[in-house]
Design a protein around this ligand. Sequence first.
Ligand SMILES: [Zn+2]
Ligand SMILES: [Zn+2]
Length: 289
Amino acid sequence: MKKDLRIGVHNSIEGGVCNAVFEAESLGTNTMQLFLHSPRTWQFKGISQDDARRFKVEVDERDIKPVIVHSSYLIHPLSENSDLLGKSKKLLSEELKYSDLITAEYYVIHIRGNKKHDLEVNTKNLFNFFRFLPEYKHVKLLLENSASGLTSNISNLVYIFNGVKEISVVGGICIDTAHLYQAGYDITKKEGIRKFLSELGDKNLVKLIHLNDSKTEVGSYIDKHEHIGVGRIGIDGFKTFFTYTNFHRLPIILETPRPSVEYDIKNLRAVKEDIFGVRISRGKGKYKR
Ligand SMILES: [Zn+2]
Ligand SMILES: [Zn+2]
């Protein structure tokens, strides 16, 4: 069905950023996502010039593109707490700086809304939060839809995007299929996809797909990822989703559960063979974790 599929997983940086590239290669993937450091801590020592240079060489050699960085979970641009806001600003600018240094194309972030404010005020506050960011050579920031809260609603997400898109680093939207389903868009059916697409308006805003099956039911607002084909969306659901959206032309990243690297191999196989009907040879499996 699709020969030029760009597909990858969230790779581990254990042992250094370059290890993520070797892991991606061993899985036979041609795009990748990574954290730059532990996503649940404020500490980030940065990446040395040498490591950044090597990373770029390894990625170029293997044509693993695009490279996507996922932001830390702690960054909260709409917090009321000035201490948290200050730390968020510092960490966001550090992560963007190093994403740009390793020539990552995208940096994905979830925006938690502030319940004290409405959509308009939250959007203005986000604009003011992002405004201090400089221009970058490579990296573009993508806003991801969530399973619950402010950005689980696609109209809200688009409204927010439109409110901050003047800022040069802001580049588009990332759609997570599990979050979409959990937020009440039944993407296994034509009507659900139509609702999603009509709220989205311009399909070109979407630059990246997080492909995850959902452990929880449609409209659960509970974020639990499941292996591809095993969850509530299922293989047929994903086929329907891609048929009506054409989003298989975009880079696809799996964030499915990862008890071991074997599960990545299984999930990649499910996507390539079962969803897209691409026959693949067995992964080389050189990489051991
Ligand atoms: Zn995601
Ligand atoms: Zn999730």
